[in-house]
Design a protein around this ligand. Structure first.
Ligand SMILES: C[S@@+](CC[C@H](N)C(=O)[O-])C[C@H]1O[C@@H](n2cnc3c(N)ncnc32)[C@H](O)[C@@H]1O
Length: 235
C-alpha cells in the first residue's frame, strides 16, 4: 500500500470549516457538475437494484455527506430512511433544512470522521463519495471492513471517487487529502476483503478534472472463509 502518514484529519477539518455550506462549497467550486453527477449515480444505483439479488431499499448510509447533496437528490428518493456521517458541524447542521420536505426520512446524523465511525446497525447501501481521499490507507481499510460487516443481506458498498490519470498517488496539502490511482483502490478493496461486482466511469464530466469511477463492492466471502480456514481452495 501507499504511505500517507502525513495526512492530517485536523487540517482537513480546518479546511472544511472555512467552506460555505452550499453545493458549490462542498464541490470545490464545481457545483455545476452536481446534476450530471447525480444522474450518473442514479443509473448506477438502478443497475444495482436490477441485479439478480438486489439490495433492499430500507436504509442507506451517506458517508462524508457534506450538506446532504447525495442524501437529498439520490438516496432519499430510493430509500425509506438515510443515516449520514459528517464531521463538519456546520455542514451537518445544514442537512435537515437542505433536505426539506423529506427530512422526516432522515435517520441518525453522526458528527464524526469515518476513521472513528463504528456502525451499530446494518445498511442496504453504504455510499462513499468524494471523501475517502481524506483517510490514510490503513484507516480506509479498517473503515471498509466495518462497512463490510454492516451490510444487510445483498447489501452493497458504493465508492465514487476521483482517480488519478497518472497512475500515481497525488496529494493535496490544501485540504489534506490524496487522490488514489485505480490500482491503489483495487488493492485496498482486496485487503478489505471486498469484491467488485460493478465498476463504471462517470461520463459527461467536463475535461480537465480527474476521471471519476463508481465501484459496487460486496463481501468477498471466499476470502473470509479462507482466512478463517473453513474451506480449502484448490490452486
Ligand atoms: C468534497 S466534500 C463531498 C461531500 C459529499 N460527499 C458530496 O459529494 O456532496 C467532502 C466532505 O467530506 C467531509 N470530510 C472530510 N474529512 C472527513 C473524514 N475524515 N470523515 C468523514 N468526512 C470527512 C468534509 O467535511 C466534506 O463534507
Amino acid at each position: 500500500m501507499t504511505q500517507q502518514n502525513d495526512l492530517s484529519y485536523g487540517k482537513a477539518l480546518e479546511y472544511w470549516a472555512d467552506i460555505p455550506a452550499t453545493i458549490d462549497g462542498v464541490l470545490g467550486g464545481f457545483g455545476f457538475i452536481s446534476d450530471l453527477d447525480i444522474a450518473g449515480s442514479k443509473l448506477f444505483l438502478k443497475s444495482l437494484f436490477s441485479l439478480k439479488d438486489p439490495p433492499a431499499s430500507n436504509i442507506a448510509l451517506d458517508c462524508g455527506a457534506g450538506i446532504g447533496r447525495i442524501t437529498k437528490h439520490l438516496l432519499l428518493p430510493y430509500f425509506q430512511s438515510v443515516d449520514v456521517i459528517e464531521p463538519d458541524e456546520k455542514f451537518l447542521n445544514t442537512i435537515t433544512e437542505f433536505v426539506g420536505e423529506e427530512r422526516i426520512k432522515l435517520g441518525n446524523l453522526y458528527n464524526v470522521g469515518l476513521q472513528e465511525f463504528k456502525p451499530d446497525k446494518k445498511y442496504d447501501i453504504i455510499w462513499n463519495q468524494w471523501v475517502l481521499g481524506h483517510l490514510t490507507d490503513e484507516d480506509l481499510v479498517s473503515f471498509l471492513k466495518y462497512c463490510r460487516n454492516a451490510l444487510t443481506q445483498n447489501g452493497i458498498i458504493v465508492v465514487k471517487e476521483n482517480v488519478t490519470s497518472s497512475g500515481e498517488l497525488e496529494r493535496d496539502d490544501k485540504d489534506s487529502s490524496v487522490t488514489r490511482s485505480l490500482i491503489q483502490f483495487i488493492k485496498i478493496f482486496k485487503i478489505a476483503n471486498l469484491k467488485r461486482i460493478k465498476q463504471c466511469k462517470q461520463t459527461n464530466f467536463p475535461n480537465g478534472i480527474y476521471p471519476v469511477y463508481m465501484f459496487a463492492l460486496v463481501p468477498n466471502n471466499i476470502e473470509e472463509l479462507k482466512s478463517k480456514n473453513h474451506v480449502k481452495l484448490e490452486n
